[in-house]
Ligand binder design. Sequence first.
Ligand SMILES: Cc1cc2nc3c(=O)[nH]c(=O)nc-3n(C[C@H](O)[C@H](O)[C@H](O)COP(=O)(O)O)c2cc1C
Length: 133
Amino acid sequence: MRTTSLVRDVSDFDAVVLGSSLYAGHWHRDALRCARDHAEALARRPVWLFSSGPVDSSAEQHDIPPVHGAAVEMRHLHARGHVTFGGSVTAETPGWIAHSLVKHGKAAERRSPEHIQRWAHEIGVELRSADQT
Ligand SMILES: Cc1cc2nc3c(=O)[nH]c(=O)nc-3n(C[C@H](O)[C@H](O)[C@H](O)COP(=O)(O)O)c2cc1C
């Protein structure tokens, strides 16, 4: 696993899962830059994208489509799938908006290891079945 701003080369990876936190309806600029800088190499490998994510239960209840920027990268990279996971805003989250959410009881820890594991498992199954063909 690499932080997107530290990715220099993706050629060592057989497959890539690239994701970003969501801020004001956008993917983080480092994740977008990573997708764009490595677009050619990424488009030649199996790629999945994820976003994280709402601090309510919505991501657990239904599929949340990618935000515009992530949807554009899905097309550029021929990504095989996208998922939006729940996110997290806590008293430790920096910034005044986060502090305001905490103050108004709207902050929550909604990251779901089970959701992430289910998705990772699906990717593993798809990669293994491709290996066998
Ligand atoms: C200022 C601010 C704006 C946010 N905007 C969105 C948003 O537009 N959509 C969304 O689903 N989550 C939004 N969130 C929730 C974050 O995506 C969530 O906290 C995520 O877990 C942050 O991940 P990180 O801590 O790895 O940056 C926002 C959170 C903050 C603090």
